[in-house]
Ligand binder design. Sequence first.
Ligand SMILES: NC(=O)c1ccc[n+]([C@@H]2O[C@H](COP(=O)([O-])OP(=O)(O)OC[C@H]3O[C@@H](n4cnc5c(N)ncnc54)[C@H](OP(=O)(O)O)[C@@H]3O)[C@@H](O)[C@H]2O)c1
Length: 340
Amino acid sequence: MATIKALPTRPLGVTGPQVSALGLGCMGMSTWYGEADRAESIATIHAALDAGVTLLDTGDFYGMGHNELLINEALRTAPAEAREKVLTSVKFGALRSVEGDVIGIDGSPAAVKNFAAYSLQRLGMDHIDVYRLSRLDPRVPIEETVGAIAELVEAGHVRHIGLSEVGADTLRRAAAVAPIADLQIEYSLISRGIEEKILPTARELGIGITAYGVLSRGLISGHFTRDLQLAPGDFRGFSPRFQGENLHRNLGLVDRLRAVADAKGVTVAQTAIAWVLSRGEDIVPLVGARRRDRLAEALGALDVTLDAADLAAIEQAVPAGAAAGERYPEEQMAHLDSEH
Ligand SMILES: NC(=O)c1ccc[n+]([C@@H]2O[C@H](COP(=O)([O-])OP(=O)(O)OC[C@H]3O[C@@H](n4cnc5c(N)ncnc54)[C@H](OP(=O)(O)O)[C@@H]3O)[C@@H](O)[C@H]2O)c1
């Protein structure tokens, strides 16, 4: 591996660390997007570190520990310099069955400490940089979950507290207990729900945003086609936006975005990522690349400058609210505090 390069950085909120302006989301290397190639996944993490990416996002339930073990292996085989710079963002709380179904969420204080102990073991680390509950547990007040993470911070096992897919009221309640670095939430050209209330509240509270699904799980990457065969269990096989007429309409939006990208001499994915980057210095997009070529394309977005005319053309091609279909199946939408 060559000497590590530097990327532009952004803060994770007022109290969080500086991280590379793009983070690597490792989920698809273990789950929900069909088979991934282990060697290519590790090579992709190495390439990201080499390029200067310093934020790796995972969840203990991504492949029931598989993703954390993969990151462990990638970091063990990376140069010490890269290992020292990298920050881990870990989600917990989702409960999965042997068959892989998500069967619940547990944000109770004892569970928080248990989840953290197992994650540290699997990651082979003595601390987690940002630790967050993946979905609000309706049975446990957020104050109790955040309070338990704050105790882990006190003990040195966690550096910063994050949140995931919660709404403005929960943000406020959590921030009253302890400093919150960032909120991880879906945000893209076709998922703009946070703009009304959640983003202004996060800004008021000094909480940063790590945006996921900036390519809408590949839908607006420019590489997704109508006839793509999805593996059984692939999230996109049951996501409303990828079904029938919805898919047809959404890919129509991508065609319009492609015209803007082509005129600028960049790719569709780069345009979509650059648009999220343009929304503010307090937003750090995560990209779910699982191959080196996809990663290289995503990193190219950092070199794309969008002026007022570009932004107008993009928003004309894909107006707010233009997506056909919700971002999750109905049952999962019901579990999103951010949607209530
Ligand atoms: N907090 C939460 O609730 C939550 C939920 C979901 C995800 N996340 C986190 O956010 C990360 C990113 O989310 P995501 O993977 O769903 O979103 P994404 O970045 O919108 O989509 C990733 C998919 O897009 C395709 N793609 C095509 N071109 C790409 C390119 N140039 N760069 C990257 N991907 C490209 C890839 O599929 P192919 O490899 O098949 O081409 C990849 O699997 C996850 O890894 C996870 O860490 C958090």
